[in-house]
Design a protein around this ligand. Structure first.
Ligand SMILES: *Cc1c(COP(=O)(O)O)cnc(C)c1O
Length: 370
């Protein structure tokens, strides 16, 4: 019997009727983009969820990050992590800022805050940490360092939709944050994203920049671009928001099964959130394979799964500082732990309707080492 292919993720789609009902509204209003009614409704629901913060939905998550960095009018060096998706480092470099790479912690792969201060120079203007895999960064310690050295903090919270630290939304930390609503993320609007900004002036600049810097029919005040979210995206976001809590519950059951089956296996490590009282969204299930202890390498496990039509992914390998586009730029930052984790990591399939029997089967293949 040929089994169906299983990929690392699969976009969750809402009941089609729900989306069609929103399409009817779009057809009636004839408003398809440029901050229409659905955009505003979506923006309001997000803002409530994030704790009445200023938030601006955008065409995708990357743009939100890129334009937020521009709106903050930064110059110089930015301390960040190389253990992330290409977008984080690219957003920094595309703003003519210089990334300085800080190493990560083994337990949760977030920035090792004990290493930040030694990377600070007179040119440092900001810190861009990543809540990677939705693991919360050490937000209080980062805030303390930023305040001491007068730095801005912008969180790449692409993976952290819906997460809370205590009773506060995770995006309420820092000067700004970005979330991705890409189809592969915890929550999606097909493509999409959102910037969360806590300063009214920065928010105003951002609002202008994502719409060509235009503030009136005859008045253009910023060298902006175009990152507006359209009504079809907002409609998908509104539909998916209704089901978000159920989806997280399903993900959690799957994650916990993986954890029960794999976390005690010699040579396999799993994430270990370093903070109590966090509400996670269970979007990713990375495992870290130590070849010497486990007996076979990460790449062999990847191939063993692939031979059975199961497509795990090496998120995040290679680290961004090893991309060919960043060689010969003389970038600073030695990150041996990030490199090691990137060479050990394998992110396993995890999506709401993944069968628990398939999870068992995936674990069996991993543990059998063949
Ligand atoms: C997905 C992702 C982004 C970019 O978001 P898009 O919505 O795909 O543009 C940025 N940072 C990280 C860590 C991501 O995983």
């Amino acid at each position: 019997m040929v089994e169906d292919k299983i990929y690392v993720t699969k976009p969750a789609l809402p009941p089609m009727e729900d989306y069609i009902n929103y399409l009817k509204i779009i057809w009636e209003s004839n408003h398809v983009t440029n901050m229409g009614d659905l955009f505003q409704k979506f923006q309001k629901q997000l803002s409530e969820m994030f704790g009445e913060t200023l938030c601006l939905p955008t065409v995708n998550g990357h743009s939100a990050l890129e334009y937020v960095l521009q709106a903050l009018e930064l110059e110089g060096e930015v301390i960040t992590t190389p253990f992330t998706f290409a977008s984080t480092t690219h957003a920094i470099v595309r703003n003519n800022l210089t990334p300085v790479f800080c190493d990560i912690r083994r337990e949760d792969c977030t920035m090792d805050v004990s290493l930040i201060e030694e990377l600070i120079t007179p040119k440092t203007c900001a810190i861009v940490p990543v809540h990677v895999y939705g693991m919360p960064c050490q937000v209080d310690e980062i805030a303390r360092i930023a305040e001491k050295h007068n730095l801005k903090v912008i969180y790449d919270a692409a993976h952290a939709f819906g997460e809370k630290i205590g009773d506060k939304s995770i995006v309420s930390y820092g000067d700004a944050a970005m979330i991705s609503f890409h189809a592969t993320k915890a929550f999606h609007s097909i493509e999409g994203g959102c910037a969360i900004i806590h300063d009214q002036n920065v928010a105003m600049r951002l609002y202008q920049l994502i719409n060509f810097g235009i503030i009136g029919e005859d008045c253009v005040v910023g060298v902006g671009g175009n990152a507006k979210m359209n009504e079809f995206q907002a409609a998908m976001g509104l539909c998916n928001l209704k089901h978000f809590d159920e989806i997280v519950e399903k993900r959690k059951v799957i994650y916990e099964l993986y954890h029960r089956r794999l976390s005690q296996i010699h040579g396999i490590a799993m994430l270990n959130p370093q903070m109590n009282d966090v509400k996670l969204n269970y979007t990713y299930c990375p495992i870290f394979i130590d070849e010497e202890e486990f007996g076979i390498s990460r790449n062999q496990v990847y191939d063993n799964l692939k031979n059975k039509n199961i497509f795990a992914r090496k998120y995040f390998y290679p680290i961004t500082s090893e991309f060919s586009c960043y060689q010969n730029m003389g970038l600073r930052g030695d990150t041996p732990v990030a490199k090691e984790m990137s060479e050990k990591v394998l992110t396993l399939p995890l999506y709401p309707d993944l069968d628990l029997s398939d999870v068992e089967r995936i674990c069996d293949i991993i543990v059998s080492k063949e």
